[in-house]
Design a protein around this ligand. Sequence first.
Ligand code: GRF
Length: 189
Amino acid sequence: MKKIALLASGSGSNAENIVRYFSGKAGWEFPLIISNTADAYVHQRAKDLQIPSFTFPKNGFENGDVLRLLQEYAIDWIVLAGFLLKVPARLLQAYPGKIINIHPALLPKYGGKGMYGRYVHEAVVAHRETETGITIHYVNENYDEGQIIFQARCEVLPADTPDEVAAKVHDLEYRYFPKVIEKLLNRTE
Ligand code: GRF
């Protein structure tokens, strides 16, 4: 049985998409959703999905509170789905090689502190990129720098607005993130 905690700071559409993808598949559990934002819409999605969700302030991720909750739920893997805090050493040490993240660009470009959500797509458009995409990677002590697991691309047309680019990237996220999780976790115990 794989027990996965989902961490999200905002809307949580990727978190919901992942849970729905695995519903009905034996051997997969998503017993816990954690946010650093009390009014994040991900809590509403968790309620609709009947998954307990919790909010912790930044220091709760650092001081062992979050770690205790993860252990209480016997969590094996942590999936960041729109989680904006840096993962502290305490969690990295407790879950070595078991924390993955999705970034809405083709890392190493357009990554790092402050590069999230629409800021990423605005930068891609401003730099007249002809393509963008998603990167799924292991999490390490720095933003968006862990070993890359998977990337998928989409084209960026000269007339594309950041919102249009965001929509294309979200499509890639919803299509690939659950499949990459399934493949990766089936490959590694
Ligand atoms: C996604 O674009 C994801 O790539 C990035 O944060 C966004 C989260 O969106 N890490 P949502 O909260 O899943 O709707």
